[in-house]
Design a protein around this ligand. Sequence first.
Ligand code: GCB
Length: 596
Amino acid sequence: LAENALQCLHDEAYDAPYNWQNLNHETLIFTGGRDGESLDGAWNFCVDLLDTGLRQKWFEMAQMDPEERIEPYDYDPYMGEQVVVPSNWQMLKEKWYFFEGSAWYSRSFNAASLGADERKFLRIGAAQYDCKIFLNGEFLGNHYGGSTPFCVELTEKLREGENWLMLCVNNTRTLDRVPMRNTDWFNYGGVYREVELYTTPKTFIRDLFVSLVPDGTYSRIAVEAVLDGPDAKGAQIEIQLPDLGINTVIASSQDGLAKAEIEASPELWSPSTPRLYDVIARLGEDEVRDRVGFRQIEQVGAGLLLNGKPLFLRGISVHEDDKVKGKVTSKEDLERRFAHAKDLNCNFLRLAHYPHHEMAAKMADELGFLLWEEIPVYWAIDFENPATFKDAQNQLIELIKRDRNRASVIIWSVGNENPDTDARLDFMRRLSETAKQVDPTRLTSAACLINHAKKKIEDRLSNYIDVIGINEYYGWYEENFEDLVEIGVNSSPDKPVVISETGADADISASGPKKGLFSEAYQTEVYEKQIATLRELDYVKGISPWILYDFRVERRQNVFQRGGNKKGLIDADKATKKEAFHKLAAFYAEKRLEGE
Ligand code: GCB
C-alpha cells in the first residue's frame, strides 16, 4: 500500500522509464521476400484503465500457479481473457467499445537456439497508439504512432524454448499526439495488423529502395540498399531484375550504404499498363525480393504529368473502417474496395487520413491505381511541440520507407485542414522537406485552406508542397455554390489543385429522410452541381470526393448519423450504392474518354 501511495504522489512518472520511442524508422527492417513466423492468433488480454501494470511491473511476474503465489497481485499475464490478434478491442466486446487507455497483450512462443550467424526481429504491422514491448520480463522498446509498422531486435534477449512476449498498447487521445484529441474517425485501439518474427543473418539487408531516376529519360534505375551488421562495410550486394536482364553487384560504402544507378529501359508502369518487375537483392545468405513498377510523376506548372503525359486524377477518398472488423484489413476487403473504385471508373484513391495497410499499395501496384498516402497531421495538433514534430516526422518516414517501392503511390500528404499559423507552417514545411529527402521521386501535398472571406485558395503552405489539396464542401458546410465559381475565378494557382474532398451526407436507411439535408436526393444534387462547376476549373487536376463508404465515428450522433459519417457513396454495408455513386461514375467515364 505504501508503495502504491508513493507512486500516486509521483503519478506522472509511472511510465517515464518505458517511453524511449526507440522503435522508429531506424529500427525498421525490410521484409519483402522474407518468410516471417506469424504470431497472430490467440493472445491473453486485459484492459488496464489506471495503468496499474506499469506501476506494478506486471511484465516481471514469474510464471507460476496462482495458488503458489505469496504476494497479492492484480493480473494473470499467463492466463485470463483471450483475444485474437490482429483486432481492435472495440469490435470484440461491448464493454470495450469506448475503452481508451492501456491494454496488455501476452503470449508465449517457442524459439530454437539462434545460430552464431543469426539475428531475430519482431515486427508489428501497427498498434494504436503507443506500444511498449516486453520480452521475458524485460522492457525492449516503445513505439509511437498508430498506423505504421515497427520492429525490435530480440537476438540478445531470446531464450531457447519458451519465451514470453508482452505488449502494453495505449490508445489514449492526448494533446501531443498525431492526431490529437479531435478527429472525424473512430479511435480504434489495439494490435490490429499482423505480428511476425523474422530471422536474418548477422549481416543483412536492412532496407532496399528501387526507383526510376526521375530525369525524364526513363533510362536508369536507382538502387539504394542499407546493409547492417559486422560485415556491412564494403560488402557486395547482388541486384537482379531478371526481366530486364540486370544482374549486377554493388559494393557498400563505409556506412553500409550500397548505391548505384543502372541503365535500363523498363516498360513504364501506368494505370493502364501496371507492369511490375521482380527485383531480387542478395547479400551472402541473405535475400530479399520485391515487385517494382517504374514510372515518373511530375508537377509542371499547374499540370500533373505521368510518364510525361497530362494526368487527371479520377479519385475517391477512403478510410480504413469496417462495420464488423473496425480497422483490421483483409485481402477480401481490399479487393472489394478496388472493385468498387473500378466500378466508379477511378484511376486514383486517397488513402485518408493515416497510413493504411501495406497490402493496399501492393494491390494498387498490381491493379493499376494511383495513390495519395497520408499521415494524421489532422486539424489542430500541437504544432509548437518538438516532441509532436518528432512523432509526425517519424510516422512520415516509416510510411515512406514502407511504401516507396510502390509505383502506385504518387503523393505523400503531410496533413489535412490545418490552421495557417507560423508554427504550423514551420512544422509542415519541414515535413514536406523530409518527404523529399527520404524520397525525391514523388510529390508532396496537403489539404490546404480556402480563405472564405476573400473567396480564394490561400494557404502559405502551398508554397512548400507540389500539389495543392483543397477540401471544399459547397452544398454542405458552405451553402452558396456560386462561391465555388468565384473561388475559381479569384485563384490562379501556379501549381496543380486536387479537390481532395467534397461531398454530402446521405442516410439511405429506412429511417433516412426523403428530402433535404441527409437525404439521398440531396447528396445526388450536390454531386451534380459539383461536377458541373468543376468542369469549368481548368487548374483542377483531380478530385477525390469524400468518401467511398460510410464510416464509424463517435462525434456524429444526430438522428440520421447514429454514430456514422454518412458521406459515403456506398453504405457502411459496403454493398448498397447510393445514387451519387452513379453520377460520379458517369462523370469519370466521360473524363476517361477525353483521355484524362
Ligand atoms: C473534412 C475532413 C474529414 C471529415 C469530413 C466531413 O473536411 O477532412 O475528415 O470526415 O470533412 O465529413 O466533415
